[in-house]
Ligand binder design. Structure first.
Ligand SMILES: C[S@@+](CC[C@H](N)C(=O)[O-])C[C@H]1O[C@@H](n2cnc3c(N)ncnc32)[C@H](O)[C@@H]1O
Length: 400
């Protein structure tokens, strides 16, 4: 489906197949470029903008307003005329309160409740300021087929409008001091962050080094997911990031980086968690993959997020259940949780039947955190005469 704010702003009838060509001939801009402005809702600039505006009689600011491409100057002017503008647009933006049926609860544990249906309907029935942490991993609008049959091929504007609707609900539900995480590809999170920046406090853009497509010709190889991290209010109520072991050569166990040379200053509890995560592997192995062909997230990723931004007994909400990774991790870590999935929930239910397998996996993962060297690596380093926390302290700790 194509979008037509740009053409409509110029008074072009999008149903007229030749109208764009006529405009292209008149302004001397290739029709392909005009279509790009239209389809991606990108404001023309430079000579193109001058030619389009002078020929159409539409001023640049009118074009910007009609395309919804607002700079700070326009926003400032809109703000100072807010009352008059609201009178003009009230009917378009205020919606009547319709009765929305709550989705049915389909599963319950000591800690959580799983619903089946549309997350918007569930959130409608949830209270303001009631959730401590939210994690959202929506469909990425990449034309994927989901078991729920959700349309994953929306026009950019439609997708972003939908994202803003559920994000607005997430903001409303979050308690002061609560944390919100959004998992998406950078293309969408740059846009969703613009919406959230005005409502929550930006904490981090965490780049999680995972390749999610094959290399694309003419583009850089997309190699990270964007994990947006916000909190409500000035600072988060819970923040205890794990510390990670130092990166060392997996074969010879020697240092891979020079941490400034002062090894005695290295914290024996490990290296500070950075905003680039390189140790999260995609879930590919069938032993751990719970849903065939689904975008199931790594339990290691979710464990790190839950550990960092919540405490035992906190309430965690994830509006896009999928295979239920968030709910399983919340349950194992003794957080209360609320979940919902539009499509089938059998995979989530069967995951809970074997939850001890994933609890063991988390224990194994956590065994290697909050230390500078894992126990196995430490013994090899000792054997090889490589430095350890004790050895640098014994030798006075200076440069080795
Ligand atoms: C990317 S997957 C989430 C994967 C999940 N994080 C996991 O680890 O398994 C997105 C899920 O959201 C579901 N979904 C899409 N729209 C929804 C809606 N409006 N309400 C509830 N679930 C929805 C899809 O059916 C899909 O299973």
């Amino acid at each position: 489906m194509s979008h037509s704010d740009f053409f409509e702003a110029l008074g072009i009838n999008v149903k007229d197949k030749f109208a764009a060509k006529r405009l292209a001939d008149a302004v001397g801009i290739p029709v392909q470029r005009l279509r790009h402005y239209n389809d991606s809702n990108t404001l023309p600039s430079g000579g193109d903008l001058d030619r389009i505006c002078s020929l159409s009689g539409v001023s640049p600011y009118e074009l910007m307003l009609k395309m919804g491409v607002l700079d700070r100057r326009i926003l400032k002017a809109l703000r100072s005329n807010a009352t008059e503008i609201l009178d003009l647009i009230r009917d378009d933006i205020e919606q009547p309160e319709n009765f929305i049926k709550p989705p049915p609860m389909v599963f319950e544990t000591n800690f959580g409740r799983l619903y089946q249906g549309d997350c918007m309907a569930l959130m409608h029935h949830m209270e303001n300021d009631s959730v401590d942490m939210i994690f959202a991993d929506p469909p990425f609008n990449l034309k994927k087929i989901y078991p729920s049959g959700v349309n994953d091929d929306l026009h950019d504007e439609q997708y972003l409008e939908w994202c803003e609707r559920w994000a607005a609900e997430c903001v409303r539900l979050l308690k002061p001091g609560g944390s919100l995480f959004l998992w998406n590809i950078p293309k969408w999170n740059t846009q969703i962050s613009a919406y959230l920046n005005a409502r929550l406090t930006f904490r981090h853009w965490i780049a999680v080094d995972i390749k999610y497509t094959l290399p694309i010709s003419g583009r850089l190889y997309p190699s990270h997911y964007a994990l947006l991290y916000y909190c409500k209010g000035e600072k988060p109520k819970a923040f205890h990031p794990d510390r990670l072991p130092m990166e060392i050569c997996p074969v010879c166990k020697a240092d891979l980086r020079d941490y400034g040379g002062y090894k005695d200053k290295m914290n024996p509890r490990g290296v500070n968690l950075a905003d680039v995560w390189t140790d999260i592997t995609p879930v590919r192995h069938s032993k751990y993959k719970k849903r065939k062909g689904a975008n199931e997230l790594s339990i290691k990723l979710m464990d790190r997020i839950v550990e960092m931004a919540s405490d035992e007994g906190d309430l965690i909400f994830d509006p896009f259940g999928g295979s239920g990774t968030t709910y399983v991790v919340a349950e194992i870590k003794r957080r209360r949780w609320i979940g919902i999935e539009l499509g089938p929930v059998e995979d989530i239910l069967s995951r809970f039947e074997e939850i001890s397998v994933e609890a063991d996996l988390i224990e194994k993962i956590r065994h290697n955190y909050n230390c500078l060297f894992t126990a196995d690596n430490l013994s090899v380093r000792r054997e090889q005469g490589l430095w350890t926390c004790e050895s640098v302290r014994q030798t006075g700790g200076n440069r080795h």
